[in-house]
Design a protein around this ligand. Sequence first.
Ligand code: SAM
Ligand code: DTB
Ligand code: SF4
Length: 332
Amino acid sequence: MNEVTLRYDWRPEEVDALFQMSFMDLLHRAHEMHQTCFDPSEVQLSTLLSIKTGTCPENCGYCSQSGHHKTEVEKQSLMAVEEVLEKAKAAKDAGATRFCMGAGWRSPPKKDFPAVLAMVKGVKELGLQTCMTLGMLDDDQTQGLKEAGLDYYNHNLDTSPEYYDKVVTTRTYEDRLKTLARVRDSGMNVCSGGILGLGEKHEDRLSFLCVLANLPTHPQSVPINRLVPIPGTPLGNAAPIDDFDFVRTIACARIMMPHSVVRLSAGRQTMHASLQALCFYAGANSIFYGEELLTTSNPLVQQDRALMKRLGMRPTGIGEPQIDEKVMADVA
Ligand code: SAM
Ligand code: DTB
Ligand code: SF4
């Protein structure tokens, strides 16, 4: 009898020991965990839509939407609810099971909140899971989203607490943790992960993974982004992260948060099919599906369908809410 025990006391030295394993041994270990907790042939498909783009008051060094950087991004005020629902319907028809709506806000403005709630309700009525990422939330906003039926709230920690202020200074890591706590306490599913390739050190990746895995409950969804360098941002010329270090990070996330759905997120556009396959083997079991992320491009739907076919993988509705993650998984 094999048991998966969920741990919340990971230490950076232990994660470093995982990273120091041979690539093959680490992937083998991660894949065994993946097989124990999921069907590794399944991949969850989430489609993204930017519902409000650009002019964000935050200064995140990686982001095309920050009003602090001179980027080419086309600014757009809040999209009409009807237009969002049309996009959601198209995503469902293409095979997505979750629709993620993102806004270039520090936090949602009061005047726009009724429309945001209408989007959640409308997208749910189409039979899709809903996710939103709107920046920091207060208690009332969190409650409003929960009551509207929002399934997931995305709020990334992005990197280690030690490196955070090298990337953004208009808010603190503590602010991020507070919003995550509100979302978690409301009973909504948490989607939280990060970006690799921000110029962070190996130690920052260890620390980032430990913070994420040592939250009171593991985020139900963990997006791992590879930086999409945006011209005009402070990180527009950042050196790309080594492919194998990227895969190793996914493997560690799988081992440390066994029941979380790990999403191979931004950055797939520049990843060869074989690198993506390695990420799936290491434990990634979700992707952003659809030709656009928020402001940058993503592989075409036909390409992703072809990739799944080549790999013998199929889309699934596995990102079902998994609030009861304390349950132990037993396998014979
Ligand atoms: N404004 C909200 C916030 O920051 O939480 C929501 C939107 S923001 C664009 C959501 C996430 O997208 C960020 O936390 C970051 O992880 C990711 N992201 C933004 N720009 C990126 C880029 N150039 N490459 C990779 N990931 C990026
Ligand atoms: C996440 O972790 N990645 C998504 C989503 N959550 C909101 C965003 C990726 C953005 C990539 C750059 C862009 O398209 O602007
Ligand atoms: Fe604004 Fe979010 Fe971009 Fe930061 S990541 S600048 S908060 S849209």
